[in-house]
Ligand binder design. Structure first.
Ligand SMILES: Nc1nc2c(ncn2[C@@H]2O[C@H](COP(=O)(O)OP(=O)(O)O)[C@@H](O)[C@H]2O)c(=O)[nH]1
Ligand SMILES: [Mg+2]
Length: 367
């Protein structure tokens, strides 16, 4: 999973990036503010279940699921309309599965706000509108050429282009009404038609309200109206103080627990944010367990056992016989795999079994 951090300049994007990647992540480039090369980090996904499994198997290796985090450069208000987004920025955005929009809600007179005043709701809307304008530009440019192309084609090629045109005309209408494409439900065929595009307003998005340290206990209530704005649009909202979280991320385990409880923070926001991104993308994890390795695998909700096997190795998918499955909770309840098995709690599932979040799976296969 690849997540891009976006927002207005000085909203705290790089601070959020640091808060999430901490000191542990692999940081490729760390040049800061508005360089062309975005900061990138690979962040392990925290999971209490995996910690427990690690304690049970004492494996030689533990492989966590990971999230790739990209600190994309800032969006300047009015950019979409005047010069458009840079090719570099579009390339960066094209590669991400989800976006984290950092909205400034902290009041620090020393840090200038690009619109002159701190107004989180305004900023949330502004970026949404930038994306809509950028998408509308793409749609209209394409539509302007499409008729001529349709004229030249015959048969199925022509039909495909006509279907694309129909869809783009719908998009044009929605975007002109300031509706993000995210809100449209598209069929498989429709998705195929627009695969070559990167529509910014179509990316799953979650909002981070970067609040003042003093507002941490208030959470999202520190930003009146934003919660409703987000929920009306099906966007998750997380409120935290990026600066404080960045400091937390830089502490060692023991200090961290103490610091968090002193601040009344139950869970570091990086954990919350990564979990929210997982949910947003309908992702779940299953585990392969053993003394060699305890490993978490990320799949989309609804993935069947055979497809999940392909994540591990194509041979396992090809030679699939059965999946031995024990749900994490059941395994924990019985203490060990054999304990669960003795009680008939390890199931044998076929190819079509829909893997559940937290399943521990032992694949039987022959090649
Ligand atoms: N007071 C306060 N300052 C912050 C917070 N988050 C970021 N900043 C400061 O705001 C400035 C811009 O932050 P940065 O992360 O570089 O913003 P970016 O341009 O969006 O990447 C820096 O001086 C940060 O220290 C916060 O939660 N509270
Ligand atoms: Mg930055």
């Amino acid at each position: 999973m690849k997540v891009g951090i976006i927002g207005l300049p000085s909203s705290g994007k790089t601070t959020v990036f640091n808060a999430i990647s901490g000191g542990n992540a692999e940081v490729h480039s760390f040049s800061g503010a508005s360089s062309a090369e975005p900061n990138m980090a690979v962040v392990p996904v925290p999971d209490d279940r995996q910690e427990w499994l690690k304690g049970l198997y004492k494996p030689k290796k533990t492989a966590y699921a990971t999230v790739e985090l990209v600190d994309v450069s800032g969006v300047i208000p009015g950019q979409a309309k005047t010069e458009g987004f840079s090719p570099q920025m579009l390339t960066n955005l094209r590669q991400v599965d989800a976006l984290v929009h950092v909205v400034r809600a902290f009041t620090d007179p020393a840090i200038t706000h690009p619109s002159g005043a701190v107004n989180p709701l305004n900023d949330a809307e502004l970026l949404e509108l930038e994306f809509i304008i950028a998408d509308l530009g793409v749609v209209e440019k394409r539509l302007a050429k499409l008729d001529a192309e349709i004229q030249k084609k015959k048969g199925p090629d022509k039909s495909l282009l006509e279907a694309e045109k129909d869809l783009l005309v719908q998009f044009q209408k929605d975007l002109s009404d300031e509706k993000p494409l995210r809100q449209k439900t598209l069929t498989e065929e429709e998705l195929k038609l627009i695969r070559g595009y990167t529509f910014l307003s179509q990316k799953p998005l979650l909002v981070v309200a970067n609040v003042d340290e003093a507002d941490i206990p208030k959470g999202a209530d520190a930003v009146p109206g934003l919660e409703k704005w987000c929920s009306d649009r099906g966007m998750p909202l997380i409120a935290f103080c990026a600066k404080t979280e960045m400091e937390i991320a830089q502490l060692d385990e023991a200090e961290r627990a103490e610091f968090l409880s002193a601040l009344g923070i139950e869970e570091p926001s990086r954990d919350k944010l990564i979990k929210a991104a997982y949910q947003l993308l309908m992702l779940i994890a299953f585990f392969t367990v053993g003394e060699d390795e305890v490993k978490a695998w990320t799949i989309t909700r609804g993935t069947i056992a055979q497809e999940a096997a392909r994540k591990i190795h194509s041979d396992i998918a090809r030679g699939f016989i059965r999946a031995e499955v024990c749900a994490y909770d059941t395994l924990k309840q019985h203490g060990t795999w054999n304990g669960a098995k003795d009680k008939g709690q390890v199931r044998l599932e076929g190819k079509e079994y829909k893997v559940q979040d937290g399943d521990c799976i032992n694949y039987r296969f022959a090649v």
